[in-house]
Design a protein around this ligand. Structure first.
Ligand code: NAD
Length: 477
């Protein structure tokens, strides 16, 4: 049994979560403790009690702890990547890539702990000094989704600790294995004082709810669906806590007539289907200009036909299974909805049988869709992309921006004019030219607009906005 970590102790829960491999439902990865609200509250108390002492550690001590954690994560990339692929369904290469990213994030924030800086301003009053300093917020509640089970926790836990906050971390119930492995490394390699870092696995409605509502949790960082994010956000705002929400997407990728066809196909296939399309930044709306439309659709179909969908750990696997039965059902329902609304399923979208029982779905491509169809308005979160045909660039931009979401967007073009214009007019928080809408650098700000995100940016040096509070001090010497 893999236990929760509360107040410096490994503790059993009130219930057991049996973690199943989506590539092989006969493969049990392990049993993980599930906490209840009382245990979650105990973790909050422990984090609260530990915070002042942790904030007094020198920046170098905090930096060293994060550096050791990063080194350990990187050293165990193969083993952790395998675990991640086994429990979430990413391919082994994708799993290892995600682990490396997590390790690098810890290294980056090890540096950020030392780079924490303030400002000195001239006063309007003679003899007075004004200084602006950053301080830790206190206890940070961290709530994460299942689709990046080690990278997202890393990019929240690392800055929280770097800047002197303490942490209560609640991973998604579907993927406790990667979260537990990361927590174990943090506890052992980090050698943090009791209460600085707490892991509380369990259901969102109980454990997550405590983090959203507890008065002692001064800031909550959440990544997950728009529906849950809004609940968490409202709870935080009601009690005046800081909150950061990263939520869903319906990301457009525009393909113009002048695009390099080969490149556009790679950008679309990578953005739409890799990681089984289970990425908030996945390109789910392919907005394609008339002159290249038919050639593009044909080339994407050919590329998809060459992809191998299989057990995530199988040699040569390009796309693993969908994460769960419930997600598979949702993907298939959206494909049906799209067809009923007039879309043309030109490739995939079929349940596949493999050597082991798993949630296999062939990548689905749906053409002849319009931007008002549900398939283009709502997030599917699977290997499903739809094509919208447009006559010109202006129509493409208008449709790309005609969405409730605003996380990532992209354009494939060889025209400097259109690339520059799209970067300016796109309504998304991240804009890509000739690169996939999914796939970002860990040292650059990450986040969206509209229904996709709320609050300050994650990652890179922008992360300090959330994990620190600003204090302005006036002194007459
Ligand atoms: P989800 O909203 O179901 O769950 C996210 C987390 O919230 C989980 O840990 C869950 O247990 C917890 N939770 C559930 N109910 C809660 C409650 N009432 N109070 C507090 N916490 C609660 O999302 P998911 O299915 O795990 O993840 C998929 C979603 O995440 C997709 O919508 C995807 O777009 C989004 N996502 C967004 C980003 C981003 O950066 N924008 C990145 C990855 C995933």
């Amino acid at each position: 049994m893999n236990k929760n970590y509360i107040g410096g102790e490994w503790v059993t829960g009130v219930d057991v979560n049996v973690n199943i491999n989506p590539s092989d439902t006969n493969d049990v990865i392990g049993e993980y403790a599930r906490a209840d609200a009382t245990q979650a509250q105990a973790a909050v108390e422990a984090a609260f009690d530990a915070q002042a002492a942790w904030a007094k550690f020198t920046a170098e001590q905090r930096s060293d702890a994060l550096d050791r954690i990063g080194s350990e994560v990187l050293a165990r990339r193969e083993e952790l990547g395998r675990l991640l692929a086994r429990e979430e369904g990413k391919t082994l290469a994708e799993g290892v890539g995600e682990v490396v990213r997590a390790g690098r994030v810890f290294k980056f924030f090890a540096g950020e702990a030392l780079r924490m800086s303030g400002e000195r301003l001239p006063s309007i009053r003679p003899g007075v000094e004004v200084d602006v300093r950053r301080e830790p917020e206190g206890v940070i509640g961290i709530i994460t989704p299942w689709n990046f089970p080690i990278a997202i926790p890393a990019w929240k836990i690392a800055p929280a600790l770097a800047f002197g906050n303490t942490v209560v971390f609640k991973p998604a119930d579907l993927v406790p294995g990667s979260a537990w492995a990361l927590a174990e490394i943090i506890v052992r390699a980090g050698a943090l004082p009791a209460g600085v870092f707490n892991l509380v696995m369990g259901p969102g409605s109980k454990v997550g709810d405590v983090l959203a509502h507890s008065r002692k949790v001064r800031a909550v960082t959440f990544t997950g669906s728009t529906f849950t994010g809004r609940q968490v956000g409202l709870a935080c705002m009601e009690r005046g806590a800081k909150v950061q929400l990263e939520m869903g997407g319906k990301n457009p990728l525009v393909i113009l007539d002048d695009a390099d066809l080969q490149q556009a196909v790679e950008v679309a296939v990578s953005g739409s289907y890799f990681s089984t399309g289970q990425r908030c930044t996945a390109s789910s709306r392919l907005i394609v200009q008339d002159g290249i439309h038919d050639r593009f659709v044909e080339a994407v179909k050919q590329r998809l036909a060459g992809l191998r969908v299989d057990h995530a750990l199988a040699d040569g696997c390009d796309m693993g299974p969908v994460v769960s039965q419930a997600q598979l059902k949702q993907d298939c329902e959206y494909i049906d909805i799209a067809r009923r609304e007039g879309g043309n399923l030109v490739f995939g979208g079929e349940r596949l049988e493999r050597a082991t029982p798993g949630f296999y779905l062939s990548p689905a491509l749906i053409t002849e869709t319009t931007n008002d169809m549900r398939i283009n308005r709502e997030e599917v979160f699977g290997p499903v992309a739809s094509v919208i045909r447009v006559k010109d660039y202006e129509q493409a931009v208008a449709l790309a921006n005609d969405t409730d979401f605003g996380l990532s967007s992209g354009i494939c073009t060889t025209s400097l004019k259109y690339a520059a214009d799209f970067k300016q007019r796109s309504g998304a928080g991240m804009v890509m030219v000739n690169v996939a809408t999914a796939g970002v650098d860990y040292h650059a700000p990450f986040g969206g607009r509209k229904a996709s995100s709320y609050g300050t940016r994650e990652q890179g040096s922008y992360a300090r906005e959330f994990y620190t509070g600003v204090k302005t001090a006036y002194t007459l010497a």
